[in-house]
Unconditional design. Structure first.
Length: 203
C-alpha cells in the first residue's frame, strides 16, 4: 500500500508524487506490451511449426540443386570405380603374364571363382554334340592259308577241306560289284587259284 502524501505541503513534494505515478503507469503499460508480444511470438511459432509439418512440396530451386549435387556425386563415384576396375584388370593381366603356362588355367579358374574377371566375360562353349557310337564290328572266320611258295611246290597236305574254303570273308559294301547279288562272297585271286589247283589234284 502506497503511503499517502498530503498535498498541502511543498510543491516539490507534489511534483515528486506526480512523477512516481507516471512511472508506475509506464511500467504497467510496458508489462502489458511485453505480455502481448510474448503471446504474438508464441502464436507465430505455432503457425511456423504447423506450416513446416504440413507443407506439400519443397521449392523447385532447392529440389533441383539437391538433385544436381547428388547426380554429380554419383557420377564421380562411378568414374572412380571404373578406374579401379581398369587398374585391377591390368594388374591381373600382369600377374597372368608372370605365371607359368602350365599353371595359367588353374590360376584363371581361381580368379573366376573369386569373382575377378579381366575384360569381358568369356562366352559359354556350346554343349558337346551327341556322339553316335559306330556299330560293333562283324567277326568273320578268316582262312589261314600256307605260304604261296609252299602251295606251288606241291605240299598241299596242310590245306583245309574244300568246304571251308567257301567260308571266305565277305567284301565290304563299297567294294561289291553292283551286278553281283548282295549275299555273294568275294574271293581273292590267290584263293581262287589254290582252290582250282587243289580240285584238279584231288580229282
Amino acid at each position: 500500500m502506497m503511503p499517502t502524501v498530503s498535498t498541502d505541503g511543498d510543491p516539490r513534494d507534489k511534483k515528486r508524487v506526480y512523477m512516481r505515478r507516471k512511472a508506475q503507469m509506464y511500467r504497467a503499460r510496458d508489462k502489458e506490451a511485453a505480455a502481448a508480444l510474448r503471446e504474438q511470438a508464441y502464436a507465430l511459432e505455432c503457425d511456423l511449426q504447423w506450416l513446416q509439418r504440413n507443407r506439400e512440396a519443397e521449392p523447385w530451386r532447392e529440389v533441383a540443386q539437391a538433385r544436381l549435387v547428388s547426380k554429380n556425386e554419383a557420377i564421380a563415384t562411378n568414374e572412380t570405380l571404373r578406374h579401379q576396375v581398369h587398374d585391377c584388370a591390368e594388374a591381373i593381366q600382369d600377374m597372368l603374364a608372370q605365371v607359368d603356362a602350365r599353371d595359367a588355367p588353374l590360376f584363371q579358374d581361381n580368379l573366376l571363382a573369386e569373382g575377378f574377371r579381366s575384360g569381358p566375360t568369356p562366352p559359354v562353349p556350346p554343349p558337346a554334340a551327341q556322339v553316335i557310337n559306330p556299330p560293333p564290328p562283324v567277326h568273320t572266320n578268316r582262312i589261314h592259308l600256307p605260304p604261296i611258295r609252299q602251295a606251288l611246290s606241291g605240299h598241299l597236305n596242310s590245306l583245309p577241306p574244300p568246304s571251308s574254303l567257301r567260308q571266305a570273308t565277305p567284301s565290304p559294301p563299297h567294294q561289291r560289284n553292283s551286278n553281283m547279288p548282295r549275299d555273294s562272297f568275294h574271293l581273292s585271286p590267290p584263293s581262287m587259284d589254290l582252290k582250282r589247283k587243289y580240285d584238279m589234284e584231288t580229282n
